[in-house]
Write a protein that binds this ligand. Structure first.
Ligand SMILES: [Zn+2]
Ligand SMILES: [Zn+2]
Length: 295
């Protein structure tokens, strides 16, 4: 386990935490409204981003608010890039984010902290449960997370297509992506194929959707053009028979856990907005609708 400490004074700023892959949705809002967004990470874990390290709000220690830094949108704190938490020595070290549509998290500034302790050994792929989709009635943000991952996946498949139509065999991959691929790529005889590859799934196709290692984020090693996706999305796409459920009203409010009406299955509807944002962050390609790139 690792503890993050202040580079200025050496104080421990977190509980012991172990590494997990940075979730796809870290940089994307949840659009769930009502200030009920889940934590980005489970307590006891951390994820390293490019300039910041994410930890669960419950895992920070001995930090205090910086007066005048309570930037938020409407219900809380949303200023991820500007520290609003300081170490007891005064060093600005972290930004707490906790607002409607924002995943609750503390972002430690990479330059203000250092990791001490012993990192967990990297677990082999077989350690993780690839056989079951997490379908927990109490997990109200499963769809919000997975629709972001699916939007990112579509963006990368559109780029990997190199402008050729993409053929997808029937099943969850087709249900999630086919109509968007058909709409967005030029028509013609299918020239490239798309399939899953990963644990217990050899997956032969021109473009393969592979899971990222849940601890390190490394993609599953596979031949062909690889599009890494979140392990959570991959598991769902690999298990056609599992149907995550949502409260019958479709809402995400915690009181619906107590609702006596049965849950209903809901397939993943990928986030078109996330897909467009991701496409626009990548080098421009000529085969996508040019209005994608308009401001
Ligand atoms: Zn300090
Ligand atoms: Zn709000």
């Amino acid at each position: 386990m690792m503890v993050f400490e202040c580079v200025a004074c050496g104080a421990a700023l977190t509980a012991p935490v172990r590494q997990v892959a940075l979730p796809d949705h870290a940089d994307h809002e949840a659009w769930d409204g009502g200030g009920t967004t889940s934590a980005l990470l489970e307590s006891g874990t951390y994820a390293a981003g490019p300039e910041q390290i994410a930890v669960a709000p419950a895992d920070v220690r001995d930090l205090s608010w910086i007066e005048g830094r309570f930037e938020g949108s409407c219900c809380g704190l949303a200023g991820r890039r500007t520290p609003n938490l300081a170490c007891a020595c005064g060093r600005e070290v972290a930004a707490r984010v906790d607002d409607c549509d924002r995943w609750r998290v503390v972002w430690l500034q990479a330059g203000a902290v250092r990791a001490v302790g012993t990192a967990e050994p990297v677990a082999v792929w077989e350690t993780f449960d690839w056989g079951t989709v997490l379908v927990d009635d109490a997990d109200l943000s499963w769809h919000d997370r997975v629709r972001v991952s699916a939007g990112l996946a579509l963006a990368h498949v559109l780029i990997a297509s190199e402008g050729a139509p993409v053929a997808v065999p029937d099943g969850p991959v087709a249900d999630t992506f086919r109509r968007h691929l058909d709409e967005l790529l030029p028509p013609g005889p299918p020239a490239r194929t798309l399939a899953l590859a990963g644990p217990d799934m050899p997956g032969e196709a021109d473009i393969v959707l592979v899971p990222r290692h849940p601890q390190t984020g490394e993609p599953w090693p596979a031949a062909g053009t690889v599009v890494p996706i979140s392990a959570e999305l991959w598991k769902w796409l690999a298990h056609e028979e599992d149907h995550p459920v949502i409260p019958a009203t479709g809402g995400r409010w915690p009181y619906l856990i107590e609702d006596p009406l049965p849950r209903r299955p809901k397939r993943v509807e990928l986030s078109w907005w996330t897909m467009r944002l991701e496409v626009r962050s990548l080098p421009r390609v000529p085969w996508l609708p040019q209005n994608f790139y308009d401001r």
